[in-house]
Design a binder for this molecule. Structure first.
Ligand code: FAD
Ligand code: AMP
Length: 483
């Protein structure tokens, strides 16, 4: 028997589930297929983001921060917390409860919006057909006017450190450790490596991050990355740049890692656990029948145009499966765009304004272009900066590391980018992103009234500083005299 739908979505991560809900809201008969199973073997929605990515990592980042504060920072506030200890089982359990709440929330949202949910595996066949295999291995073919591929990404494995799920683990298992490793190695000092390293460092591990590149956080603004590197070193994260892991060996319950430093020297380290965080790759295994007509690009992602249409008519692809940053919110917005385009609307997405956040402490966040990119493009720009050490709110919170940096076009004053390291950077960067969406100038933001005292005042002052008008910090640029 063949079922027929307006839209079939394969994958229910933040790209797929958002697409499904929006499509159903627009009156399209929609079904979403998901193969993920929780520890109890039950099919669940939410993908990497909810089950083993954004949300569980933030739950542990917040818990570990509270432990760290109780142990080290509260004294400064005049609070003595004697014998602070950590119950890892309780901490992991709290994280699991949050995941359960959110993933079951998606199932409820599907019900409320009329999205049909299927648990099992989807495979794209030729002619906009999808083969669905349920948990028992029974298959059926679903026909659709439109198919949306949203199968996300999986961690990259490297043969020099094969995952054994005991001593050498991936990012998923690193969110489920039941004991704090004494000495923890992490391959890759990218976003995920830094977040996981922060969690276990705060809980007491001695953390060493081995990073092949010579440059730290290469995608970030240089000055911000430099500040971050100093702050993380102070926190005890041992970040070794230019160190490419070339081999690993398990011996007497420990992992011996061999790596090559940029000077060409071979070195060794021994760890109690090793987390491999060397990036993620699009999840296309068993997704595409040979004759389905969908092309891949040179990086193995599904090839799509600016609107996420593949080269096969009526087949779309979104999220980590396609070009662009592997970020949950990027995939969700693509999901909305595709659902609306299927419904006949001409929705577009602004790929130039996608905020990017590293949830370390302090947080690091950016939106738009950085100085290096503007220099390369030959665009003249002005810089406005404000350090949190000059913010009353940051001082009151005892959280003064970092700064806000705003870049604006030298002639039009239009904001081109913001780069922040500091408290609540994830929230602050969104304020600039909104301003950028509306084409604001730095002067526009400078003229707005900001609540006092607030961390947001740092954004206000950085915007003022672009034109030499900052009040609470010495201006690097001369004020333009107004006649
Ligand atoms: P996924 O979330 O990967 O979902 C794809 C779903 O498709 C999965 O559930 C999978 O089981 C299912 N699937 C795959 N193949 C099939 C098939 N054949 N049939 C049926 N179902 C299938 N991003 C952020 O923006 N902010 C963060 O703070 C953040 N933190 C992260 C922390 C960690 C530790 C990790 C690993 C990632 C983090 N990310 C973060 C990245 C974010 O999780 C991804 O960008 C996001 O989940 C991608 O969404 P997606 O819907 O494209 O794919
Ligand atoms: P991200 O892409 O942000 O998840 O970061 C992954 C990081 O892992 C990148 O900065 C890579 O340079 C790094 N990496 C990849 N392979 C190795 C390796 N063999 N040894 C050390 N670092 C690596």
């Amino acid at each position: 028997m063949t079922d027929k739908y307006d839209v079939v979505i394969i994958g229910s991560g933040p790209a797929g589930y958002v697409c499904a809900i929006r499509a159903a809201q627009l009156g399209l008969k929609t079904v979403c297929i998901e193969k993920y199973k929780n520890v109890a073997g039950k099919g669940v929605n939410g993908g990497t983001c909810l089950n083993e990515g954004c949300i569980p990592s933030k739950a542990l980042l917040d818990s570990s921060m509270k432990f760290h504060d109780a142990k080290t920072s509260l004294v400064h506030h005049g609070i003595t917390a004697r014998s602070v200890s950590v119950d890892i089982e309780q901490m992991i359990g709290r994280k699991d409860d949050i995941v359960k709440k959110l993933t079951s929330g998606i199932a409820s949202l599907f019900k409320a919006n009329g999205v049909a949910a299927l648990y099992g595996t989807g495979k794209l066949l030729a002619g906009k057909k999808v083969e669905y295999t349920d948990a028992k291995g029974k298959t059926k073919v679903i026909e659709a006017e439109n198919v949306v591929l949203a199968t996300g990404s999986v961690p990259i494995d490297i043969p020099v450190a094969p995952i054994d799920d005991k001593l050498i683990i991936d990012s998923k298992a690193a969110l489920d450790l039941t004991k704090v490793p004494k000495r923890l190695g992490i391959i890759g000092a990218g976003v995920i490596g830094l977040e996981l390293g922060s969690v276990w460092n705060r809980l007491g591990s001695e953390v060493v991050l081995l990073e092949a590149l010579d440059v730290f956080l290469a995608i970030m603004d240089k000055q911000i990355a430099k500040d971050a590197s100093k702050i993380f070193a102070k926190q005890g994260l041992d970040i070794r740049l230019g160190c490419r892991v070339t081999g690993s060996e398990i011996k007497r319950g420990k992992v011996n890692v061999t790596y090559q430093s940029s000077a060409g020297k071979e070195q060794q380290e021994t760890f109690d656990k090793l987390i491999v965080c060397v990036g993620r790759q699009p999840s296309t295994e068993n997704l595409l029948a040979e004759d389905c007509g969908v092309n891949l690009d040179e990086r193995g992602s599904i090839f799509v145009d600016d609107y996420c249409a593949t080269n096969a008519p009526g087949v779309w692809a979104i999220g980590d499966l396609v070009r662009g940053p592997m970020l949950a919110h990027k995939g969700s917005e693509e999901g909305v765009m595709v659902a609306e385009r299927i419904a006949g609307q001409l929705t577009e997405m602004n790929y130039d304004i996608i905020p990017n956040v590293v949830y370390t402490h302090p947080e690091i966040a950016s939106v738009g272009r950085n100085e290096e990119e503007l220099k390369q493009a030959g665009e003249p720009y002005n810089v406005g900066m404000f350090p949190f050490v000059a913010s009353g709110r940051a001082l009151a919170a005892d959280d003064t590391d970092g700064l806000v940096k705003i870049l604006a076009h030298a002639e039009t004053d239009r904001i081109l980018g913001a780069h922040i390291i500091g408290p609540s950077a994830a929230e602050l960067v969104q304020q600039v992103a909104i301003a950028m969406e509306f084409g604001s100038s730095a002067e526009d933001v400078g003229m707005m009234v900001f609540a006092h005292p607030s961390m947001s005042e740092a954004v206000h002052e950085a915007a003022l500083a672009v034109n030499g008008h900052a009040i609470h910090v010495a201006n690097r640029r001369k004020r333009k005299a107004k006649k």
